[in-house]
Design a protein around this ligand. Structure first.
Ligand SMILES: [Zn+2]
Length: 121
């Protein structure tokens, strides 16, 4: 693994791991504005930032967890991108392009939440 941390590498990692700017900033211990500035090139990648980033990257790739509702063979090639469930925000591979929620309970919970918000306003 190369140890050169570029802004493209930072952005690519964040996007691949489906981190929002805020989640990513929180994981690294920075303000989202700082991450935004690094990603767009307004701020250089500092040595401290690079160290923290590499640690997070290593942690993430060494602790990848795949859960499945189905029995998986020893080797699997996944041809779909993971997305975030609109309800529980977990990363999931959904069978349909238009599907937003991982399951019916998640959808129901999200709909209940939005109804509660509407009542408040
Ligand atoms: Zn969900």
């Amino acid at each position: 693994m190369t140890q050169i941390v570029t802004r493209a590498r930072v952005r690519q990692f964040r996007k691949r791991q489906l981190f929002t700017m805020r989640e990513f900033a929180y994981a690294l211990g920075y303000h989202p504005n700082y991450i935004r500035a690094v990603e767009c090139g307004a701020l250089p990648v500092s040595r401290i930032f690079a160290t923290k980033f590499l640690r997070l990257e290593q942690d993430t790739y060494s602790k990848q967890i795949i859960q499945s509702r189905y029995i998986l063979p020893r080797e699997v090639l996944i041809l779909a991108k993971a997305r975030k469930c609109a309800g529980c925000k977990r990363s999931v591979i959904l069978p349909y392009a238009h599907q937003k929620y991982c399951d019916a309970t998640c959808r129901a919970r999200a709909h209940q939440k939005s109804k509660r918000k509407e009542v408040r306003q």
